[in-house]
Ligand binder design. Structure first.
Ligand SMILES: Cc1cc2nc3c(=O)[nH]c(=O)nc-3n(C[C@H](O)[C@H](O)[C@H](O)COP(=O)(O)OP(=O)(O)OC[C@H]3O[C@@H](n4cnc5c(N)ncnc54)[C@H](O)[C@@H]3O)c2cc1C
Length: 376
């Protein structure tokens, strides 16, 4: 007899959301993470994450996004804590910008409220933004800021309150289908047995699901917090989230929503990492240079000195879509790598999907884009 109904490996954004949902369903669930809570070695730290509805990456994400929004609001109602601040987003670029075109296509296909603005209209509405004259922007009012550290803590605390067991500092070294149950081996040699396992190990997933490893590319991404030059112009009521398709580097960022400055970063692939263990908090002045250049031109009100930096990493698939579904080797082993630099906003619905898959073997949510076997 299995000790647990479901074991969840990795308590980042995805694993935390999974144990939250599983515990709420009354499942006997254990979550394990190799590091203590609040660590900054994975992909889910850094104060803020964007959530947006008009999805330039692919319109098929929109139905999932609507469910994700529903679940973020449900988390707020459940815990009494705010996790999502609505600010809207300006996505802008030069003629031919794939971000602008993709955002518009998503909006049209799904009837999402949006406004198309030229550079002068953007400046009139959001005076911090000084876009080149030939740029076009799409403003989408439902976008907002998620608070990742708070969300991870809330998911784990609420799961524990419902009976979930959580082991920190517990690295899982192997996962095996034993026919009728799954056995996890930990670095200290101990074992955990469960009816099913969710592997939500972020950039380490290839170690436990080696068939995925050749298809994943880890890239180092730097985050920079800028001291605003004109603080009154970059508060959330005057500056929405921005995604600027600048030819030098695609630059996104957040208004100064919690007094730490304007956080901005490049969405382009950073330096390749050989493994997740190679990631380090090693951001330096060179990381700030190109982003500063873009802000100087397009958002000068924000472009004061860099006052804080951090690194994080993307786990990218070849098509930049997520990996989510049962392993081809065992229906009891559910694989979850929703990253490629855009997964966080979906965590609230991915937790529900992982709970569906690990308890019933199926889900009614649209995850057709994310098959773990699509790369061969
Ligand atoms: C700089 C940056 C900016 C981003 N911006 C956005 C954004 O604005 N909007 C958005 O939607 N998304 C964004 N993303 C993407 C999003 O943050 C990720 O998709 C998401 O955080 C991935 O969560 P995860 O749970 O898969 O991975 P992680 O958070 O890395 O969690 C994996 C966990 O597994 C644990 N683990 C690994 N191996 C083992 C093992 N063997 N045993 C036990 N535990 C293990 C790790 O310790 C870790 O805690 C961004 C990512 C980065 C890096």
């Amino acid at each position: 007899m299995a000790t647990y109904d479901v074991a969840v490996v990795g308590l980042g954004a995805m694993g935390g959301a999974a144990i939250y949902d599983l515990a709420a369903r009354g499942q006997r669930v254990i979550g394990l993470d190799r590091f203590p809570a609040d660590h900054t070695r994975g992909s889910s730290h850094g104060e803020s994450r964007i959530i947006r509805l008009a999805y330039f990456e692919h319109p098929d994400y929109v139905p999932l996004l609507r469910l994700a929004y529903r679940n973020w609001r449900a988390l707020e109602a459940d815990t009494g804590q705010a996790v999502l601040l609505t600010t809207g987003i300006v996505e802008a670029g030069p003629p031919g910008s794939s971000i602008v075109a993709g955002s518009l296509a998503s909006s049209m296909e799904h009837g999402i409220a949006h406004t198309v603005l030229d550079a002068a209209q953007v400046a009139a509405r959001f005076p911090a933004l000084t876009l080149p004259q030939d740029w076009t922007a799409v403003f989408q009012p439902d976008a907002g800021i998620l608070a990742p550290e708070r969300i991870l803590a809330l998911h784990v605390a609420a799961a524990k309150a419902q009976g979930a067991e959580v082991l920190e500092g517990a690295a899982v070294t192997a996962v095996r289908d034993r026919g009728g149950s799954v056995q996890l081996t930990l670095a200290d040699g101990s074992t955990v047995t469960a009816g099913a396992v969710v592997i939500a190990a972020g950039g380490w997933i290839g170690e436990l699901a080696p068939q995925l490893a050749p298809h994943l590319r880890l890239t180092r991404q730097a985050l920079v917090w800028f001291q605003p030059r004109r603080p009154a112009l970059v508060t959330p009521d005057r500056l929405p989230i921005f995604m600027l398709d600048d030819p030098r580097t695609v630059t996104y960022g957040f208004p100064d929503w919690c007094g730490t400055g304007v956080k901005a970063a490049s969405h382009d692939a950073g330096r390749r990492l050989n493994s997740a263990d190679a990631a380090a908090q090693d951001a330096d002045a060179a990381d700030a240079e190109q982003i500063t250049e873009v802000l100087e031109d397009l958002l000068p009100a924000a472009a004061g000195p860099a006052r804080q930096m951090a690194t994080c990493f993307y786990t990218r698939t070849p098509d930049e879509h997520f990996i989510l579904g049962p392993s081809p080797d065992s229906a009891r082993i559910i694989l979850a790598s929703p990253c490629s630099g855009h997964g966080f906003k979906f965590a609230s619905i991915i937790g529900e999907i992982l709970a569906d898959l690990s308890t019933t073997g199926t889900t009614d949510k649209p995850i057709g884009l994310f098959s773990p076997t699509r790369f061969g």
